[in-house]
Design a binder for this molecule. Sequence first.
Ligand code: PHB
Length: 395
Amino acid sequence: MERRQALAGIAAAAATLAMLGGAAGGAAAQDAVKVGLILPMTGPFASTGKQIESAVKLYVQQNGATVAGRKVEVVLKDDTGPADTTKRLAPELIVNDKVSVLAGFGLTPLAMATAPLATQGKVPMVVMAAGTSVITERSPYIARTSFTLAQSSAIMGEWAAKNGIKKVVTLVTDYAPGHDAEKFFKEHFAAAGGTVAAELRVPLQNPDFAPFLQRVKDAAPQGLYIFVPSGQGAIVMKQFVERGLDKSGIKLIGPGDVVDDDILNGMGDAVLGTITAHFYSAAHPSPKNKAYVEAFKKATGGMRPNFMSVGGYDGMHLIYEALRKTGGKTDGDALIAAMKGTAWESPRGPISIDPETREIVQNVYIRETKRVDGEIHNVEFATFQAVKDPAKVKK
Ligand code: PHB
């Protein structure tokens, strides 16, 4: 019943949007430019919401709440995680709050659900977190400042095979970004001479990794390639140790989601030596990042920024840049056009928005999890520059 009501709500909102004909940018010129920020602020993925919200606030605090003569107002909505809520919140933000931009999207299903509404309302949608490749193809109004799993997984696959890890079991969360992580790792790992001995998938909701980890132990591969969404890394590592995998000699590898910076310090010594490919480490050695980490900690009472936070920080920058280019005009077509090709230095390193695909182009770093000055960090030791989403690169 709830679902039917939600669907009816979407249909009504879609009809309103069609009538408006994309009039979201029609508010009087002197009104504030509203950014509708939809994030999981409660529930199992609340850490993503907290990180991104903090980064968005920090960006506004550092850069002022006015751009191109327009005041920017962020309207935050809690979608509570992988639920139908986003489908109700997005049309409300467009129709009632008259937001000029939608942003956030902590999980792929939520971004996918909102994409048709962005198209109908002609409202740019900045994906700050979700990482499945296909998302940006679901609406011409989407631009992404987060990452794709394919970017890091392809590089991890190639790196592992070339560095003596030849037999691997993959363990991924059973939903779209996990499937991307599995597919792109395997393709590039196999092409470089590696063999995937088994492919395991764990449910997204309330996962119990123990039986899967037992299978990994029994298969005794050289490496375990693991993807879990941000927020679940601590549970996996706990069960990894409980099953004795830390003493099995099986090397832990993956995209960097499992060794999430905000919870890394609590993971204990079992996590040391993990090798991951990822676009952001709080230990990234640039002046820009040092300043970012310091400011973020100061603003949040000591929280270490993770990779989700930079998606939010850079997402705000993209919105500010687009408004600057349009002279404060909020017409959806003008804003998304202005976002294409934007390039800047992020705390993660140099990034840009591919003008053809609206997808992020960024460095991918190979890192080893190490203890540095008493704290656990992902220490970068190799860089793959300006990586495009491999899912969109024509073969
Ligand atoms: C996603 O749902 O797209 C997602 C969420 C968390 C991650 C990666 C991908 O760490």
